[in-house]
Design a binder for this molecule. Structure first.
Ligand code: EPZ
Length: 431
């Protein structure tokens, strides 16, 4: 398994191109199952999760064509993928594939809506909490599906097709809203989704579905209405920029000092995090090309943060923010409200010299003057990158093990950081 070696202490200066968003790309790719025509997605990031989903979709009968680099494009330019689900050959999604990535469970919705049945393994994914699927299944039931769970598999049936219904989520769920949007687009009649997730990735999926012929109103608000249509057609769509990648590099430069242009980033996708970074002491401005983040000289101020569904502070930036707070002046309280077990980075940050105490769903971070490099290992994607941020500012050398977590969600991480002056090297290891 590869490792990443980081020698800390260098500021970041230069340009980091922001990739297409993983968490938009995945549901968009899954939406290809809804139509027999071709869905063309541009700006798709080169990530392990994207490659895995291509394999999963292939099992269902989706043909795909991935374009290579065009002349003039850099290695960080997004790729174009054409997905054609002309014939769905199988509505079964096996444990071996679904257990590796939770989002692949969402194939249940388009398979059920288009074919009237699906058998999908209960999901796996990052070890950040129990992550049940009750709300996802409730949404399908409200659209008329019969659901049973047998031997670790969800069996969903709608022999006469789905029909519109009233879905009221008692907790905001991104995956539940994605599934409800996809299924309701092909259900007979009108669907109302209340307490829908308002994340920008929901809007990106809805925009693409509308291009495919779906009739959706209110995406981006907590009340979405859908008028089902008999069939969807092919479309062409650009994946939105990755707001979590943007926030991650913004925190990295706040940590190391320096001046970075996050090319292609859109501030409205992560305003709450940018506001927090401003309070911390970073200087943030918006340009025609993206977001510019700098910190020169001034120390980091401790700021308290509580994660919340969009437009609140994203749980997917909590670990990175904690890394930043390890070197702030004073004490910061970081409360995680979305996932009950998303503090696995705490003990690894401690290896680098961080002082963090846990009190239920809150981490209290007492800033220290210096971190010290050490070997570390992370258990999930965002936790891994929080260790990278800490390592960039630590004295001496850090090796981050289990880099496959990073490869799931950060495209060309070491190339992007090295180009801005960081000392980051991937150490390839056999086996
Ligand atoms: C999406 O996961 C993201 N994944 C996650 O990003 C992100 O952390 C999360 O939304 C919250 O923003 C993708 O988009 C691929 P949820 P999702 O359903 O949809 C509970 C990353 O690092 N819940 O919004 O799976 C659940 O346990 C990943 O890129 C139920 O109780 O999250 C959690 O507490 C990690 N029952 C809360 O809702 C259900 O049936 C929100 O989860 C479903 C969810």
């Amino acid at each position: 398994m590869d490792k990443i070696r980081i020698v800390g202490g260098r500021p970041l200066n230069g340009v980091i191109p922001v990739s297409g968003a993983k968490n938009a790309a995945l549901p968009l790719m899954i939406a290809s199952l809804l139509t027999p025509e071709t869905l063309t997605l541009h700006n798709l990031p080169r990530l392990a999760d994207v490659s895995l989903l291509v394999r999963i979709l292939g099992n269902h009968g989706v043909d795909y064509m991935i374009n290579g680099k065009k002349p003039g494009q850099t290695v960080t330019s997004g790729q174009t993928v054409r997905l054609s689900a002309e014939h769905i050959v199988d509505t079964f999604a096996p444990y071996e594939l679904v257990a590796k990535m939770r989002a692949s469970f969402w194939v249940l919705a388009p398979l059920l809506a288009r074919m009237g049945h699906a058998k999908v393994s209960l999901p796996g994914g990052c070890a950040i909490g129990t992550r049940p699927v009750d709300l996802l299944l409730m949404a399908m039931e409200k659209l008329g599906a019969q659901i049973s769970i047998e031997a670790g598999y969800v069996i969903a049936k709608a022999p006469d097709g789905l029909r519109g219904g009233h879905i009221n989520f008692d907790k905001v769920t991104v995956g539940g809203t994605h599934m409800a949007l996809m299924a309701a687009s092909l259900a007979l009649g009108h669907t109302l989704i209340e307490n829908a997730a308002r994340e920008p990735e929901i809007v990106d999926l809805a925009d693409c579905l509308v291009k495919m012929g779906a009739r959706i109103h209110g995406a981006g608000t907590s009340r979405i209405e859908i008028e089902g249509v008999a069939g969807l057609k092919g479309a062409e769509h650009h994946v939105m920029p990755d707001r979590i990648e943007t926030g991650t590099y913004a925190m990295a430069v706040a940590m190391t000092g320096g001046d970075i242009l996050l090319e292609g980033a859109r501030p409205e996708l992560l305003q709450s995090a940018l506001d927090v970074l401003t309070q911390v002491g970073a200087h943030i401005s918006t340009t025609n090309e993206g977001i510019r983040v700098s910190r020169n000289g001034a120390g980091l101020q401790a700021v308290d943060v509580e994660t919340a569904p969009f437009p609140g502070f994203p749980t997917d930036l909590q670990a990175q923010f904690m890394a930043l707070m390890t070197r702030a002046k004073g004490s910061s309280r970081i409360t995680e409200t979305i996932f009950e077990n998303r503090f696995m980075h705490v003990q690894e940050l401690a290896r680098l010299g961080a002082k963090i105490r846990l009190d239920g769903d809150t981490a209290i971070v007492d800033g220290v003057d210096d971190l010290q490099g050490a070997p570390v290992m992370a258990t999930d994607l965002r936790a891994s990158v929080s260790l990278v941020i800490a390592a960039l500012a630590a004295k001496g050398e850090t090796t981050v093990n289990r880099v496959y977590h990073l490869d799931r969600g950060f495209e060309h991480l070491e190339a992007k950081l090295s180009a801005c002056g960081a000392d980051v090297t991937r150490l390839a290891q056999a086996g």
